[in-house]
Design a protein around this ligand. Structure first.
Ligand SMILES: C[S@@+](CC[C@H](N)C(=O)[O-])C[C@H]1O[C@@H](n2cnc3c(N)ncnc32)[C@H](O)[C@@H]1O
Length: 256
């Protein structure tokens, strides 16, 4: 996948970091020798891991050089590596694998989760959060715009859509046999956004990227205009002109 844009991603840093806090609050570890922040992005999640486990060796891992550059600027003393989760293996003595908002992008991620959980020592924890929002209007409308008019049949757009996550039951059947304890839950956030354009800006930093990367400049502008008009209808203004972005997320904490 193409490189990420850290600046665009961080436009909504407070909202995007909130699930990091919610996930970290459920990690049942007092002391950690080594923790790896998988898909560390611009270092926002790594920063909270460092604060929670100041004595631990914390490694940030990401496949994007732009994200890693930003993470190194933010945390100059931190250790960061460029790697792809599809081929990477956890080093020995890793007590915590922490993955906020990355596995939804990893092909066949359930198999990777199982592989990582098996690699942990006894007592080790795998903590994961993924957006579970493919059926929300914001994502359905990307598919809708992509399927019509000038974009219909565009080969790159066919690969731009992210598949639905497995159900909690499917994760349970896969991971429970490998775990001493497993917790799977959802949180639905309702982020207060300045208006429909803010929702479009949000997704330019994530799910819209594969759609926009597939188009040339003119087609991209037309796509965004059509998408923004549909978003404005799907997310009506509240009494103060703001809009609420409903955002369901799935959390998994598995202890080895
Ligand atoms: C949505 S950001 C999450 C950033 C941060 N963890 C947070 O909590 O906000 C997802 C990150 O996963 C990285 N990523 C996506 N696929 C990856 C892969 N296969 N291997 C490693 N990193 C990947 C992207 O480069 C991006 O920085």
């Amino acid at each position: 996948m193409d490189d990420w844009n850290a600046r665009q991603y961080l436009k909504f840093e407070d909202e995007r970091t909130r699930p990091v806090r919610d996930l970290l609050s459920q990690v049942p570890l007092e002391r950690v020798r080594r923790a790896v922040d998988l898909g560390c992005g611009p270092g926002n999640s790594t920063e909270l891991l460092l604060a929670r486990f100041p004595q631990a060796e914390i490694l940030g891992l990401d496949s994007s050089s732009d994200m890693l550059r930003q993470a190194r600027e933010r945390l100059p003393g931190g250790t960061f590596v460029q790697a792809d989760l599809t081929t990477w293996n956890p080093p020995e003595r890793t007590d915590l694998l922490f993955a906020n908002a990355v596995f939804q992008w990893v092909p066949d991620h359930p198999a990777v989760l199982a592989r990582f959980l098996k690699a942990l020592p006894s007592g080790g924890v795998l903590a994961v959060q993924m957006p579970d929002n493919t059926n929300e209007p914001a994502l359905a409308l990307m598919r809708e715009v992509g399927a019509h008019g000038p974009y219909a049949g565009h080969p790159a757009l066919e690969h731009a859509t992210r598949g639905d996550l497995p159900t909690p039951g499917e994760y349970y059947d896969l991971l429970r046999p490998l775990a001493r304890h497993l917790d799977v839950w959802h949180i639905v956030y309702n982020h207060v956004m300045a208006g429909p354009e803010a929702i479009v800006e949000w997704f330019k930093g994530s799910a819209l990227r594969p759609f926009l990367d597939a188009l040339d400049t003119k087609a991209r502008e037309e796509f965004l205009a059509d998408y923004t008009a549909r978003i404005a209808k799907a997310y009506p203004a509240r009494y103060d002109g703001k809009v609420l972005l409903r955002f369901p997320r799935l959390f998994i904490v598995a202890s080895r």
